[in-house]
Design a protein around this ligand. Structure first.
Ligand code: FAD
Length: 356
């Protein structure tokens, strides 16, 4: 095999790869990225808790929300939850851009248009370019891919996600985002409307097993009829896979580490993958630098257990779909007596079992 090009090779310049690479200060790092630039093409709404945003880098926060409004299929309000703020939006290309600048400042290297198609120990094969080796370790952060099997995440449950960015002829409130639950538009998931730029634009999307485009068109027409949206123009569209677990058994295989969607480490109810990335990136960087994996394995086990519990709860909610609305109402009703974490959805159970 070839001579080492760096201490660590990171495969993938999404939030997972860059969050770890920018924390490796005592190692030389080469980041290999398949696309033409980090964060491109964009494929994510970017809704996260304020805590997750803080860990990822607050410079990419573009919107703040104090309310989430839940609607049913006929677009009538079921209930709403509050927080100050409840959630924020990080702009995805902006997040990767700022992490990319940090990477440059530290002096690590980034090679775009470099698709890795094979991995052996600490060496990776770049399509059309040959083998590159790292002295110490390789981090796989490609998103959900064939490398997911390596970590034991081959049965990851995925949905197709589609989102359009629209300019609005009539402003909507920029204080809240809306999700619509029911069988009509997104039977296995939900649809969402997230205001941007002071409510002058919005991201409208859904995830489903099939017919995502026609489902989204039907939803947009219904939302326009109900006056939820007045669309002037479609600006862009984006798509990708929304993951719902179960998370991988392993976070590393010897000197090969994994982070992000490659581990199928999303919150199953919302498909949000940035929480797991923000939680694990510091621990992973520390493990790569110190070669001590005990803390990494412990933290991964704790996060994995939480995500598995969220998966069971989400599956129960889907199986008992007729009671979904009731479940949402119960969720909204307990918020006055305890806090339901935007990230740790199982905190709902703690809330429900807590004595008044
Ligand atoms: C429609 C939609 C909406 C979403 N909304 C949210 C949300 O609101 N909140 C949230 O937390 N999450 C959301 N997610 C999930 C979130 O986008 C992912 O969890 C997150 O992007 C995973 O980051 P990652 O770094 O693991 O992978 P990615 O973001 O997919 O990045 C992978 C990088 O690796 C590169 N790459 C891929 N294969 C290779 C290869 N073989 N060789 C070299 N480079 C490679 C790619 O070019 C890319 O740059 C959403 C997803 C979708 C589809």
């Amino acid at each position: 095999m070839a001579d080492p090009v760096s201490d660590v090779i990171v495969v993938g310049a999404g939030p997972a790869g860059l969050s770890v690479a920018t924390r490796l200060r005592r190692k030389s790092v080469l980041v290999l990225n398949a696309s033409k630039s980090p964060g491109w093409p964009p494929h994510c709404t970017g809704l996260v808790s304020p805590e997750t945003a803080q860990k990822l880098g607050e410079e990419a926060v573009t919107e703040t929300f104090n309310e989430a409004v839940f609607l049913d299929d006929s677009l009538k309000e079921t209930c709403r939850i509050y927080g100050k703020p409840l959630a924020v939006r990080v702009s995805r290309p902006l997040l990767e851009k700022s992490l990319g600048h940090r990477l440059e400042e530290i002096g690590h290297s980034l090679r775009n248009n470099s698709l890795v198609d094979d991995i052996r120990e600490t060496c990776v094969h770049v399509m059309g370019k040959g083998w590159l080796c790292a002295r110490d370790s390789v981090l796989i952060a490609t998103g959900y891919s064939r490398f997911s099997r390596l970590f034991g995440a081959k049965y990851c449950d995925t949905l197709s996600g589609l989102e359009v960015r629209v300019r609005l002829s009539k402003r909507i409130s920029d204080d809240r985002f809306v999700t619509v639950h029911g069988n009509r538009y997104a039977p296995e998931f939900f649809t969402w409307i997230v205001p941007l730029h002071g409510g002058r634009e919005a991201l409208v999307g859904l995830a489903a097993r099939s017919d995502i485009a026609s489902r989204l068109v039907a939803f947009i027409h219904a939302a326009e009829r109900k006056g939820l949206l007045n669309i002037d123009k479609m600006v862009s569209h984006r798509g990708g896979r929304v993951l719902r677990g179960p998370p991988a058994k392993h976070v590393h295989r010897g000197s090969i580490y994994g982070l992000g969607d490659v581990l199928c480490a999303s919150k199953p109810f919302t498909g949000g993958g940035l929480y797991a990335i923000a939680t694990m990136a510091p621990v992973l960087a520390e493990a790569i630098e110190s070669r001590d994996k005990a803390r990494l394995e412990g933290e991964w086990e704790a996060l994995r257990s939480e995500l598995l519990l969220q998966r069971y709860l989400t599956r129960l909610a889907i199986i008992y779909r007729p009671f979904w609305k009731m479940g949402l109402v119960v969720t909204c009703s307990v918020q006055d007596r305890c806090t339901i974490s935007y990230d740790r959805h199982s905190s709902l159970l703690e809330c429900l079992t807590r004595r008044r």
